[in-house]
Design a protein around this ligand. Structure first.
Ligand code: SF4
Ligand code: SF4
Ligand code: SF4
Ligand code: SF4
Ligand code: FES
Length: 885
């Protein structure tokens, strides 16, 4: 550590640290309009001038680094005047708003300005007024005060150049180049923080400007609307489009995105009690200062009127609005009647990976303590349970200790087994890019990435070019390919003897085929190297597809075998299971799963179809959207005597219900959720409920209380707030002891698992279904989570659930399309014995030949009509593709 003096204060700072960051970290103001913390300096704005004793003239604090005994002054008249001068240059070419209006120094608050508007303060007509870094910098530097004109001594070049038109063509951002100060923060954020490179600096000299892609509209570029550039833009050039004019916030609430299991922490900005903007919240160190388009914009996906604001009770063929009391009466009487007549096993409860731990906890309490049934699950549970059980059998642990933050910090070899991680778990993919990016040198050695997937996702571009490899498989053949890799590694004497020493029985592995293609051989070489260097941190990350129990199980087994061969007894610390849905782990931890002879989701649906299950309470789940074999599920739900649904929207499942309780959105809830790496995180209610809607935990509490009274069960549901349930979870759920809603102070960092947890390890046999022949016109159907599609909007079949439409349609390999005579945008039919669906064809090179991809959420999960009910095979569904005339 170096000892330095800043403005007379003695400060300790790391030797070589960027001076600008040390100044800011110590609460001393320094303007720095082009600097981004943690990235190399651009040194373009020159507003960060300071005086460094012994240096020649004033120096840029963003390029200066800390050295022992340095003496720095940030507040001398010379420094201030120099910064005012460089600001003048910037202001001279800045938009003609109040800040730079020629009457700026004459207008006082309360005056009426030349635009016939009341002068209150600065940039009256700019959407970034009061939240603009350029404005604040001018303010603090007294530019415009003391008769210092904002463009002192400079030509007003802003008037001399034709200002480019703003780009307002997409639903997420507005780009208004006339506001741009060419600080290039956006360029560097996109390239260095997001590894996307959608923004460039085009032109030269005075015509230098910011350009997206080839210079067209943002939505025509490869921008994925993460908003990192918006976060760093110091002016109104790049702005979030929703609520652009309202987002001067009055309050911020910290909560968690529930659109995938990464569990990024977000801060929701409020105005008049309504969310108007979302920014990353750094509580979760893995997401840190980054989120994806879903976390940033899905708060705004639905309008209040599209959500449920009334509880409803069925009367004949119709559901009609009802009071809460009447709805509770109806639900309690129906459940009690079914229990009286058919016994507790005739009732089942579905919770959800989209609701909180507290809500799932109450749902399973009602099942077990009030009704007396073990039939508790959720639609996506069997797939995730199959993957978790496979991992548990391999590593001897129910909860894997691997911490996602290790990937960007230390991993040297990364194996990703996922359909397209960029789309399903965007921030996990981004952190893997962090690890692979050679620009992180010398801070860390770049990692080598092996991607195992049928579809080409963006991560594939971070494999080969950086010394890694993309192993493209046939759809559903990931486990086979991994098993071949494992079998080849096991022929290596050193690897075999290390495995034997770790107590692994290598003879349990099936013989794999040796593949001689370059990709396979390159992957083997990388893996052998990782096996040899045991000091090297590795990461094996598996994201099971939303459907396919056998596929999830066998793929996880094969990936676990690989991790075990590479790291033996410590392999669990390198193995990551990434559920598609946000709170799969929390739901499991709080008991939302069948125990003893209880039925799982598949059993519940079978029971409803056969008539042994008579009543179903569904809290936040939507089987008609998430379960394959939709016709069977629909028939089963219609066969029930009582279907009670708690949801924030009128899902297809809710439409069949006898009683519907209106829930609120996830950002209107208190409670906790548990991420893929077992981070228990606190939600904060940021939004007022719509109408009479209320958080599901309240409905579950009242249902539990009233049903217990009616049935004479001794269970108590005496909770005044969600935090009371959180408190009970600290007592009843192992691993959750310290997560007190009000008493825990390390939210985002605490995990419900010990870092060094270890168990009994074992290699497992992997079985893979043979390929199905592919007759002409018959293609494999792949389905997965797409980046942009909003769950709730898709669930009510909103046509703009994917506002950019990037995930809409059926994605067909472009060479297959030639054979089928299909052009981009043609209507096509996908059909099999179960259903026939019509899609717009999207031609692509991301889908392998002989396959077609449809988003799992598209049009309320329509693709599930074509996916078979769980059939125990790893083979993908097949459909016939027909061009519609
Ligand atoms: S939104 Fe993200 S991907 Fe798009 S330009 Fe900005 S930083 Fe790049
Ligand atoms: S768009 Fe914003 S961040 Fe990018 S160069 Fe212009 S002012 Fe800077
Ligand atoms: S970008 Fe900032 S300085 Fe420029 S007009 Fe808007 S608020 Fe004022
Ligand atoms: S990566 Fe997942 S948790 Fe993070 S913002 Fe995106 S959808 Fe939300
Ligand atoms: S922050 Fe140092 S030159 Fe811009």
């Amino acid at each position: 550590m170096a000892k330095i003096r800043i403005d007379g204060r003695e400060i300790e700072a790391p030797d070589g640290a960027p001076l600008v960051e040390v100044i800011k970290d110590n609460g001393i103001y320094v303007s720095n309009l082009c600097y981004i913390d943690g990235l190399p300096p651009y040194a373009g704005c020159r507003t960060c001038l300071v005086e460094i004793e012994g240096g020649r003239g004033l120096q840029l604090s963003c390029t200066a680094t800390v050295r022992d005994e340095m003496v720095v002054r940030t507040d001398t008249p010379e420094v201030k005047s120099a910064r005012q001068y460089v600001l003048s240059i910037i202001n001279a070419n800045h938009s003609d708003r109040c800040l730079t209006c020629h009457r700026r120094v004459k207008c006082m608050p309360g005056d009426v300005c030349l635009r016939d508007d009341v002068v209150t303060h600065r940039c009256l007509t700019c959407s970034k007024n009061y939240r603009c870094e350029l404005q604040t910098t001018n303010d603090i530097m007294d530019v415009g005060e003391d008769s210092v004109e904002p463009w002192e001594s400079e030509d007003r070049t802003y008037y001399e150049w034709e200002q480019p038109e703003p780009d307002r063509a997409n639903p997420f951002f507005e780009f208004d180049p006339q506001m741009c100060i060419i600080c290039t923060r956006c360029v560097r954020a996109c390239a260095d923080l997001r590894h996307t490179g959608a923004i460039t600096l085009a032109g030269r000299g005075f015509s230098t400007r910011i350009a997206f892609g080839a210079g067209g509209q943002i939505d025509e570029s490869n921008c994925d609307f993460c908003g990192a550039c918006v976060d760093v833009c110091p002016t109104a050039t790049l702005m979030e489009k929703p609520n652009k004019w309202l987002a001067r916030t009055e309050d911020w609430v910290s909560t968690v995105c529930n659109s995938c299991s990464v569990g990024c922490t977000i801060s929701v900005g409020l105005r008049n009690g309504k969310p108007v903007i979302v920014k990353p919240d750094t509580l979760n160190p893995f997401s840190d200062d980054q989120i994806c388009v879903r976390g940033r914009f899905h708060y705004d996906a639905l309008k209040a009127k599209e959500r449920l604001g009334r509880h409803m009770v069925r009367q004949g063929n119709q559901v009609a609005p009802s009071t809460l009391d009447a709805a509770l009466d109806a639900a309690v009487s129906k459940l009690a009647a079914v229990k009286d007549e058919h016994g507790p096993e005739s009732i089942a409860i579905l919770g959800s990976p989209f609701i909180t731990n507290e809500e799932n906890y109450l749902a399973q309490r009602i099942a077990r303590e009030v009704i007396g049934t073990q039939n508790v699950d959720f639609t996506a549970a069997p797939v995730n349970r199959a993957a978790r059980n496979a991992a548990a059998a391999g590593f001897g642990l129910e909860r894997l200790p691997a911490d996602l933050t290790a990937i960007p910090e230390r991993a040297k070899t990364i194996i990703v087994v996922a359909d397209d991680l960029e789309e399903s778990h965007n921030i996990a993919a981004m952190r893997i890019k962090d690890a692979v990016d050679p620009r992180k040198l010398p801070v860390r050695e770049p990692a080598r990435l092996i991607v195992v997937s049928a579809r080409r996702g963006e991560l594939c571009d971070f494999a080969e070019p950086f010394g890694g490899v993309w192993l493209q498989t046939e759809p559903g053949k990931e486990a086979a390919l991994l098993s071949d890799l494992v079998a080849q590694l096991a022929t290596d004497d050193a690897i075999k003897s290390a495995a034997n020493a770790a107590g692994l029985d290598v003879s349990a592995l099936a013989d794999g085929s040796a593949r001689d293609d370059d990709a396979f051989q390159n992957a083997l070489a990388i893996l052998r190297d990782a096996a040899t260097d045991q000091e090297q941190e590795i990461a094996v990350l598996v994201a099971p597809k939303p459907a396919g129990i056998a596929l999830a199980s066998e793929t996880t087994k094969a990936a676990a075998n690989l991790a075990l061969l590479l790291r033996g007894k410590t392999a669990a610390s390198s193995f990551y299971l990434m559920p598609t849905e946000a709170n799969v782990n929390g739901a499991h931890d709080v008991g939302l799963e069948p125990r003893d002879a209880g039925l799982d989701f598949e059993g519940i649906i079978d029971g409803a179809a056969s008539g042994t299950i008579k009543a179903l309470l569904v809290a936040g789940d939507n089987p008609l959207m998430f379960a394959p074999g939709r016709a069977r599920v629909e028939a089963a739900l219609k066969n029930l005597d009582a279907l009670i649904v708690i949801d924030q929207i009128e899902t297809d499942t809710a439409k069949l219900a006898d009683v519907v309780f209106a829930d609120v959105t996830p950002i209107a809830k208190d409670g906790t959720m548990t991420s893929a790496d077992h981070r228990v995180q606190r939600l904060g209610a940021a939004e007022a409920p719509v109408g009479e809607a209320r958080p599901a935990w309240q409905t579950l509490r009242d249902l539990g209380q009233q049903l217990a009274q009616k049935l004479g069960a001794p269970a108590s549901f005496d909770y005044a707030e969600a935090a009371d349930v959180t408190e009970e979870i600290t007592v009843t759920v192992p691993g959750y002891e310290r997560f007190h809603y009000y008493g825990y102070h390390s939210w985002g960092r605490g995990r419900a698992v010990a870092d060094d947890a270890s168990g009994e390890i074992a290699l497992q046999q992997v079985s893979v279904s043979p390929s199905t022949a592919s007759p002409n016109g018959d293609v494999a159907l792949i389905s997965g989570r797409t980046l942009y599609t909003n769950l709730e909007a898709a669930a009510i079949h909103a046509t703009n659930a994917d506002k950019l439409g990037r995930g809409d349609g059926a994605f067909v390999n472009q060479y297959d399309a030639v054979e089928f005579g299909i052009k981009d945008g043609d209507q096509i039919l996908l059909q099999n014995g179960s259903a026939e669906l019509s899609f717009k064809a999207v031609l692509t090179n991301t889908v392998p030949r002989g396959a077609v991809f449809v988003s799992s959420y598209y049009d309320g999960g329509a693709v599930n009509a074509l996916l078979p009910s769980e059939n125990g095979t790893t083979a993908p569904a097949r459909v016939t593709l027909v061009k519609q005339t």
